[in-house]
Design a protein around this ligand. Structure first.
Ligand code: NAP
Length: 272
């Protein structure tokens, strides 16, 4: 019988996950399908009941449901419990197990390049949902210190408390005080700035070959921050790499098979 997978969230129309996972099924000849299913905030309980009725084999969870999904799990992985959010669920005969592949999906392109995080300083721009998984990643890899710059300082302080709880040294600065980003080894944009073609959230003149600039915005691929950093000879990491990283890890949880990374990447880059 064909196994069905899904991504749930709202909005969901433009999700790239169905293309990525369906490409993987084709590449490996798996009898599986992956759909996008819109579940608005407040309708998660009914949505999950519908998914159970069609015997969903597994699903990804995206904005705005990642935190609320924790209330509907029978079991949660350690990452999921630490981050307090789930992006991947497997269904074994009605029993839902939650995982969070955003953290390792974020780290994967850094590791692939052989870049060391241990002992290095980080500037994290943004303090939303994605930033939590990123903080957990930097804590796991023992960054020396993370400086959080966010438009809303209250949210930055909330994230800083979470970071401290994970043993990270952390401080908070206003977004407009992030003038000399070049002093941080890693510079990560975890805001939505760039999505609409906006200019870089921070000045880039101090950024150079000493920096790793990671923009988790994946559409467009070359955000203003990425383009300027590349011009200044920084090492750049694209948002689509995190997207692929988390998708590959979800695939491996569900199928217990190595993800066909190249097939998944090809369809994703074809979509840009
Ligand atoms: P979120 O929870 O809504 O957080 C949005 C963040 O962007 C907050 O820090 C917010 O600051 C900031 N922001 C929004 N508009 C801004 C503006 N005009 N000026 C300054 N700051 C602004 O969103 P999220 O889930 O963390 O996602 C953030 C981005 O990461 C999105 O673009 C998403 O597509 C991307 N993402 C990529 C991946 C991937 O795999 N590559 C995974 C997850 C997310 P305030 O706190 O001040 O509102």
């Amino acid at each position: 019988m064909t196994k069905t997978f899904a991504v749930i969230g709202d909005p969901i129309d433009h999700s790239l996950s169905p293309s990525i996972h369906n490409a993987a099924f084709r590449a490996l000849g798996l009898d599986c399908t992956y759909i996008a299913y819109r579940i608005p905030r407040g309708e998660l309980k009914a949505g999950i009941e519908s998914l159970q009725q069609i015997k969903i084999a597994g699903f990804n969870v995206t904005v705005p449901l990642k935190v609320e999904m924790m209330n509907f799990l029978d079991e949660a992985s350690q990452e999921c419990r630490i981050i307090g959010a789930t992006n991947t669920v497997s269904n074994n005969g009605g029993r839902l197990t939650g995982y969070n592949t955003d953290m390792d999906g974020f780290l994967e392109p850094i590791k692939k390049r052989g870049l060391e995080i241990n002992g290095h300083d980080v500037l994290l721009i943004g303090a939303g949902g994605a930033a939590r998984a990123i903080i957990a990643g930097f804590a796991k890899e023992r960054a020396r210190k993370v400086t959080i710059a966010n438009r809303t300082t209250r949210r930055a302080h909330e994230l800083a408390r979470f970071a401290s709880g994970l043993g990270l040294q952390v401080d908070v600065i206003p977004l407009d005080a992030a003038q000399s980003a070049g002093q941080y080894r890693f510079i990560v944009n975890a805001t939505t700035i760039g999505l609409g073609g906006e200019p870089s959230p921070i000045p880039t003149k101090t950024i150079g070959s000493q920096n790793v600039v990671y923009d988790i915005v994946y559409m467009p691929m070359n955000t203003d921050l990425i383009a300027r950093s590349k011009k200044n000879s920084a090492t750049v990491i694209y948002g689509y790499e995190m997207l692929l990283g988390q998708a590959a890890l979800a695939f491996e949880i569900w199928h217990n098979l190595k993800a066909p990374y190249d097939a998944m990447k090809k369809v994703l880059l074809g979509g840009f």
